[in-house]
Design a protein around this ligand. Structure first.
Ligand code: SDX
Length: 430
């Protein structure tokens, strides 16, 4: 970061200067940390439309170019040349691993995939029809009750162990939530399978027969994990950072991130998008829903469309669409009605003035639901898969924040518009 420029602000006749920082790429930032001290005023930016909350070297998005870089590498190249384990090391360490570093990391993760046997009892406390994300918020938060041996967040070694445990155990926890919901026995992880293959095994195998993950489908799931791994300071990552800024343990922070990701405006959009496609049902009804999305008096939004940052195509959506085709071809579902409906909806929306004018393009959630549906993953599990993927991004961002010497507890202020000071009148006199 360098600071060659200044910004000036004149307020109530007083002019003050603020340093402007320039990063390696992307917009400059005006450092307003001294604003309140110099002017007595706060900035006002609900939704953080123009606010940089931190300095980060992990992920960069260019919303106009439709570019997404993990530690400088384009997502398209990572999706083509790497697997999720390599991307995890890249996000955590800043560099792609050598073959030796990769196999060492894979072994560490494999040896942390089981959860404490007592943890499985937490599931029986939930109704069978509980939403899997409700289960995950509870179970992931409860992990902090099991790992007192590595909870000193000032110790990098403890932070590493917690990172390995979370990355390794999240698929196990997600799969257990699925199995519990359908009344099937939990499947233990298998160390002879890779990360995505093991995930499919724990989701779809039963003790009654040998399960062999389809390598094409496992590769598709691995790509879904890569595409969802990190995404700058999105709502759930900002939640993890804010929770972590108080010194909360990593399991509690990740549980907070899961809770935020659940929202339909965020990670819950893939579930909402598939339900929307099923509700639309047929291409002949697409126009009706496009009109609803444009109607200011209708709260309906086209799920899987639009993004705070991407004002061009979400590069992940393109890659997800390719993965969709691969999976449907492998499964002989090229005529899948949902996929055909999604392609038609995308085409119609991208030709509509409203969507063009508001720069509403398909985002990562638009196709991810269809791919997961084709993989046999039930709709309610989509956001759980997203959470399993984003865990490495949350942990990398949390680590970056904790190791920042300038890190402080996050504590925004406000514009107060409530009642001015007044005295209480006792109830018998009111
Ligand atoms: C994710 O931040 C991230 O990086 C998130 C994520 C990640 O990897 O972490 O990329 C994952 O959350 C992707 C987004 C998934 N959500 C959806 O698909 C839900 C539908 N999309 C919208 O809710 C919305 O587009 C957001 C939440 C994604 C973005 O909202 P913004 O940036 O606050 O924009 P906005 O809601 O103010 O919309 C701007 C305008 C509005 O119209 P006006 O008030 O200006 O007239 O566009 C309209 C909106 O009404 N609009 C839509 C729309 N999205 C925005 N109209 C119809 N359908 C939509 N999908």
């Amino acid at each position: 970061m360098n600071t060659q420029k200044n910004a000036t602000l004149t307020l109530d006749g007083k002019t003050v200067e603020f340093p402007v920082h320039t990063g390696t790429i992307g917009p400059d930032v005006v450092d307003i940390r001294s604003l309140y001290g110099k002017t007595g005023a706060f900035t006002f930016d609900p939704g953080f439309m123009s606010t940089g909350s931190c300095m980060s070297a992990i992920t960069y998005i260019d919303g106009d170019k439709g570019e997404l870089l993990y530690r400088g590498y384009p997502i398209e190249q990572l999706a083509e040349h790497c697997d999720f384990m390599e991307v995890c090391q890249l996000l955590l360490r800043g560099e792609l691993p050598t073959a030796g570093e990769k196999s060492e990391f894979v072994e560490i993760i494999k040896n942390h995939t089981m959860v404490h046997e007592q943890l499985s009892r937490f599931y029986s406390g939930f109704r069978r029809d509980a939403h899997p994300m409700a289960v995950m918020v509870g179970v992931v938060g409860a992990l902090s009750a099991f790992y007192h041996d590595a909870m000193d967040i000032s110790d990098q070694h403890h932070r590493d162990i917690s990172a390995f445990r979370l990355i390794a155990k999240m698929p196990t926890i997600v799969a257990m939530a699925y199995k519990y919901g359908i009344g099937q026995p939990f499947m233990y992880p298998r160390n002879d399978l890779d990360y995505a293959g093991n995930f499919l095994h724990m989701m779809f195998a039963t003790p009654c027969e040998t399960y062999k993950p389809n390598p094409i489908l496992a590769r598709a799931l691995d790509r879904i994990l890569i595409l969802h791994a990190d995404h700058e300071q999105n709502a759930s990552t900002s939640t993890v950072r804010l929770a972590g800024s108080s010194g909360a343990n990593p399991f509690a922070c990740i549980s907070a991130g899961i809770a935020c990701l659940w929202g339909p405006a965020h990670g819950g959009a893939n579930e909402a998008c598939l339900k929307m496609l099923q509700e639309i049902g047929d291409v002949s009804r697409v126009g009706e829903y496009i009109n609803r999305a444009k109607d200011k008096n209708d709260t309906f939004k086209l799920m899987g469309f639009g993004h705070r940052v991407y004002k061009n195509f979400d590069p992940r959506a393109k890659l997800m669409r390719e993965t969709c085709r691969e999976v449907l071809n492998e499964l002989g579902l090229t005529d899948d009605p949902l996929f055909k409906l999604a392609l038609a909806l995308e085409k119609i929306a991208l030709e509509d003035d409203y969507f063009v004018e508001k720069k509403l393009y398909p985002n990562v959630d638009f196709y991810s639901g269809i791919v997961q549906h084709a993989l046999g993953i039930p709709t309610q599990m989509f956001t759980g898969i997203f959470a399993a993927a984003r865990t490495v991004g949350w942990i990398a961002q949390w680590n970056e924040m904790i190791s920042d010497p300038e890190q402080k507890i996050g504590r925004p202020r406000q514009l107060y518009v409530g009642a001015t000071r007044r005295d209480v009148i006792p109830v018998d006199k009111r």
